[in-house]
Design a protein around this ligand. Structure first.
Ligand SMILES: [Zn+2]
Length: 80
């Protein structure tokens, strides 16, 4: 939905997002360490309720935050 502007479940184009808006409340972030938090952008279909979540672009391009993520989380298919 982030890229297509269309719901993959029901085909509706009634997609709403909080991308770029000031986030309030705890739902909008995810902790990856004691001090590091990633901000989440939500894309929601108002027709069927399907929801997608993405880490906001600023955090994705923040190499310090991404280092923390790699330190604290495990990589899928890493053979472990
Ligand atoms: Zn939908």
């Amino acid at each position: 939905m982030k890229n297509s502007n269309k719901c993959p479940k029901c085909g509706s184009t009634e997609i709403y997002t909080d991308e770029g808006l000031t986030k309030s409340g705890s739902r909008a972030g995810i902790g990856i360490s004691n001090w590091t938090r990633l901000i989440i952008d939500i894309y929601l279909c108002s027709n069927c309720g399907f929801m997608e979540e993405y880490i906001e672009k600023e955090d994705l391009q923040d190499s310090k935050k991404m280092e923390k993520l790699k330190e604290n989380w495990k990589k899928k298919n890493s053979g472990l």
